[in-house]
Design a protein around this ligand. Structure first.
Ligand code: GCU
Length: 334
């Protein structure tokens, strides 16, 4: 049996232990479980540690927050399912992975949605957009409490890429997201949807020719050891979201909910600050690993997927008002 199979059996076992054992610790406190896919040095994890600290400083007699990093409870899709059913309480995951659970999240998979990082930040902090998105997924069993910066997604490959035509015929990993499959196809490549934890081995074994992600994937997840060409085509800015189980959030008293909401705000601030520091470090470290970073003609890449951008909005009626608001922000912020 492969290590990966043993690992996922372990994750499944752990999750079923939670379902059977429930949420109460021996000291009578309610255990609040949070899963994510990153390492313990990643900005997401550092943000969550502050979440834990704040909740326990204010409600420590009642709640014991436990964080499970490194896909310990299963890869993102599995961890979202566990959050949906209430086996765990929160998950941090990419909107790419949330998309199949509630298609409102496909908004962030639209290639070249934001005109700049400033417009992206303004949109993520925009109250109208938060209202439209955060609670819209309640019927799917979860709602968002905050967002995390996950930078800009770019392609990285085992073969040099200088323009969009070099992507033709390559097999590239995408998240388990139909929109991302379509995007990669529009670039003329073949899409290989798989979980984050599977990417390193897939590149190493030549099953795929590369993937697309932010710079931390090269270092934190060591993808830079096996893919040496990173091109700044800047096709997406896809946030990570902290989403919680609806029943758990609804079980909180208004005072408790206020504490959890403030904890989420603090965790967002810490994560975003850490993100900016770590992304610069990651570039330096990746260069030392021999990764070649190159700037490319972004407009040439954009031209390949603008039809898809419009098609995605036309195909999903939930997206139009959100898309329009983002276009206004793009114009205002530039
Ligand atoms: C980023 C993101 C993760 C996501 C991963 C992926 O690392 O922060 O939430 O799972 O990309 O591509 O799967």
């Amino acid at each position: 049996m492969s290590i990966k199979k043993i690992y996922s059996l372990f994750a499944a076992l752990l999750a079923s232990v939670f379902i059977i054992s429930g949420c109460t610790a021996t000291d009578g406190k309610r255990i609040v479980r949070i899963a994510h896919a990153q390492s313990e040095t990643h900005p997401d994890h550092l943000g969550l540690l502050e979440f834990e600290k704040y909740v326990e400083a204010n409600l420590g007699d009642k709640y014991d927050v436990q964080i499970f990093p490194n896909e310990l409870l299963g890869a993102s899709v599995k961890a979202i399912e566990l959050t949906q059913t209430g086996a765990i309480d929160f998950v941090v995951c990419s909107t790419g992975n949330l998309e199949t659970f509630d298609d409102i999240y496909s908004i962030f998979s639209i290639p070249y949605l934001f005109d700049s990082t400033e417009a992206y930040y303004a949109a993520m902090e925009d109250e109208e957009l938060k209202e439209r998105i955060y609670t819209a997924t309640r019927e799917s069993g979860f709602e968002a409490v905050t967002w995390f910066d996950a930078g800009t997604r770019n392609f990285y490959t085992t073969k040099p890429v200088t323009g969009p035509d070099d992507l033709k015929g390559l097999k590239l990993r995408v998240q388990q997201s139909p929109s991302n499959v379509n995007m990669v196809k529009a670039f003329g490549a073949a899409a290989a949807p798989m979980s984050f934890g599977e990417v390193y081995t897939a590149i190493q074994q030549g099953v795929i020719d590369g993937a697309e992600n932010n710079e931390l994937a090269l270092t934190n997840n060591k993808h830079g050891e096996v893919a040496k060409y990173y091109v700044y085509d800047r096709h997406q800015m896809v946030p990570d979201m902290l989403v919680g189980n609806v029943k758990f959030l609804d079980s909180l008293s208004p005072e408790e909910r206020e504490v959890f909401d403030r904890a989420a705000e603090i965790c967002n601030e810490v994560e975003r600050r850490e993100w900016l520091v770590q992304v610069e470090d990651a570039k330096r470290q990746a260069e030392e690993m021999g990764v070649n970073f190159s700037d490319v003609d972004v407009e040439a890449f954009k031209a390949k997927v603008m039809d898809l951008q419009h098609q995605m909005v036309a195909d999903n009626e939930k997206l139009a008002p959100i898309y329009e608001r983002i276009q206004t922000i793009n114009k205002e912020v530039g």
